[in-house]
Design a protein around this ligand. Structure first.
Ligand SMILES: [Zn+2]
Length: 297
């Protein structure tokens, strides 16, 4: 069809190069922003919903979103958080989002609040590379429903020395979780002391028929227990994990003890599963804390 002279031909928007921008003025406290609201709506479900409601135009009032009548965001978001979110929305190769924990956490907070899944997933990934303290990761995971941050950090915290928990860390994981960790540590110490003070000899142990000097074997075993194993269990800074004791014994010399008897003792020690008590206490504490956080059913 050829254009008709004299008739008005309605132009069409170019599919790629017709910028869909709508600049509006937004006020937060005493700060004005001038932003493309369409760009924001595309990112955040909450804003999409808010701005799809046609504005009520009161007669005599200047249009909403102009300098005379800015859209009020005061109370919805802070100036810094909104600025951080805009940094993400306007990011490009020349101006990437700064790898600053405060900015990334602000974007996480806003994207969580406004249901902006792309921004949320993106900064979540970036925060994981920051190596923030474990207690802070627990706090953020709980605040923004990121369970994997909590389930990753808690097993590490359960094993961390109690004197490494600052007041801030305790407030981040919560006093109840900290009490659970402290309590489990006491149970653990009792169990370790019990194992240290009573050399592990299975009660049903019968000497092997080929051993002609078994009373000497028992003597060496007990002596080495005190001089070697106990020292490692009660070590003030690097206490040995209980499950590493069989390996320590196997690798150490037991002069005077029949090698077969030593091997047999280690085998029975492993079979008794008593050394697994430490792992059981750790696992139990992790599960109790996750249940307390309502992460584990
Ligand atoms: Zn023996």
């Amino acid at each position: 069809m050829s254009p008709t002279y004299g008739a008005v031909v309605r132009p069409i928007k170019h599919p790629e190069f017709y910028a869909d921008v709508h600049m509006v003025e937004i006020q937060i406290e005493n700060t004005l922003f001038r932003v493309d609201i369409n760009g924001l709506r595309r990112q955040a479900k909450v804003l999409e919903d808010v701005f799809s409601i046609p504005p009520s135009v009161a007669t005599g009032q200047p249009e909403e979103g102009t300098a005379e009548n800015p859209i009020q965001f005061t109370g919805l978001v802070t100036v810094d958080d909104f600025a951080a979110f805009l940094t993400w929305v306007g990011r490009n190769d020349e101006r990437p989002v700064p790898q600053d924990p405060q900015i990334l956490i602000a974007i996480l907070r806003v994207s969580h609040m406004w249901h902006a899944p792309k921004a949320f997933e993106d900064v979540k990934y970036q925060i994981e590379w920051l190596n923030l303290p474990h207690a802070q990761m627990v706090e953020l995971g709980l605040q923004y429903n990121i369970d994997e941050w909590v389930t990753t950090a808690i097993p590490i915290l359960v094993k961390a020395p109690l004197n490494t928990f600052t007041d801030l860390a305790v407030s981040q994981i919560g006093p109840t979780a900290f009490r659970m960790i402290a309590k489990s540590r006491e149970t653990l110490t009792t169990q370790r002391n019990l194992i240290a003070t009573v050399p592990l000899i299975p009660s049903d142990y019968r000497p092997l028929p080929h051993c002609s000097s078994h009373s000497r074997c028992l003597h060496v075993w007990k002596e080495r227990w005190i001089m070697l194993v106990v020292m490692e269990i009660i070590h003030p800074t690097r206490p040995i994990p209980l499950t590493s004791i069989p390996g320590l014994i196997t690798a150490s010399a037991y002069p005077g003890m029949t090698p077969h008897c030593k091997e047999d003792f280690v085998r029975l020690m492993l079979a008794s599963q008593r050394l697994g008590v430490e792992e059981k206490i750790w696992d139990g504490t992790v599960n109790a804390i996750l249940r307390h956080y309502n992460i584990l059913a």
